[in-house]
Design a protein around this ligand. Structure first.
Ligand code: OGA
Ligand code: MN
Length: 258
């Protein structure tokens, strides 16, 4: 019985995604209207309304870094990451199968990447949150739907090592001041699917195909009024096509509030 339900659900999802793919690729489709043709390759949504709602708030740059730049970033990060173990039980349960680090100083090859990220993602002159956050997801790892505010701010300021309940609550409130409105993430080593879901309407969704070496940018409401998730390998489909999820490293820049 369970198997039957599972198969039915899978068939329903595939069917639904096929319809969307059809709509996306059909020139006359209402979903296509107002959509850049390049968007169809990386963005898939449950409705035209949600696409309109995130216009300008979700940005994507395919092949933002070269293979050589990906290698340079990996070379800087891998020795530190290798010393850590993947954690499968995060304290707030949002991320499974990950290890993470932060980095303030980068070699010249990498520094030029961050200069470009700053240029495209953040308003001129806005201050960036000091260290860059690096998240290494194991092949079996994934990120459950969440909104950043607390978790990320705490981890990025290394406050996750503070176990006092009192301090936790203090930081919970402070954290809202630490994070700015924009997040920009580079994806290394693997393609993946990021899913955004409006907090006030769980029937709607957006899937972003985050290809290897791409940059995604989430701004304002896309950060605070939508949950975001990175799908596990078994669920990693885009427009009906399987997108294998391997080990993935994301390198995430944030800004401070103005
Ligand atoms: C996070 C997160 C996204 C990514 O660390 O909170 O959502 O691209 N990461 O890894
Ligand atoms: Mn997050």
């Amino acid at each position: 019985m369970k198997l039957l339900v599972k198969a039915a659900k899978q068939a329903q999802r595939t069917y639904f995604q096929r319809i969307l793919l059809y709509r996306f690729t059909s020139d006359n489709s209402p979903l296509r209207k107002g959509l850049q043709s390049t968007e169809c390759q990386w963005l898939c949504a449950s409705s035209q309304e949600i696409l309109t709602a995130v216009r300008g708030l979700v940005e994507f740059r395919q092949n933002f870094i070269s293979e050589a730049e990906e290698k340079a970033l990996f070379k800087e990060l891998e020795p530190g990451l290798r010393k850590k173990r993947y954690e499968f039980d995060h304290w707030d349960d949002a991320i499974h199968g990950f290890r993470e680090t932060e980095r303030l100083q980068w070699g010249d090859d990498c520094e030029s990447v961050f200069r470009r990220v700053r240029e495209v993602a953040f308003p001129k002159g806005s201050s960036l949150l000091g260290p860059v956050h690096v998240l290494d997801l194991d092949k079996a790892g994934y990120i459950k739907p969440h909104v950043d505010s607390v978790k990320v701010c705490l981890s990025s300021t290394v406050l996750c090592v503070v176990y006092s309940v009192l301090l936790f609550f203090m930081l919970f409130f402070l954290s809202f001041q630490f994070c700015g409105s924009t997040i920009a993430g580079l994806s290394l080593l693997s393609d993946s699917i990021m899913r955004l879901i409006p907090e006030n309407n769980s029937a709607e969704w957006l899937n972003l195909l985050l290809s290897r070496r791409s940059l995604y940018i989430l701004r304002d409401d896309a950060r605070f009024k939508y949950t975001h998730a990175i799908l596990k390998d078994e669920e990693s489909f885009f427009a009906g096509q399987k997108v294998p999820r391997h080990r993935r490293i994301s390198v995430i820049c944030r800004n401070l509030p103005v």
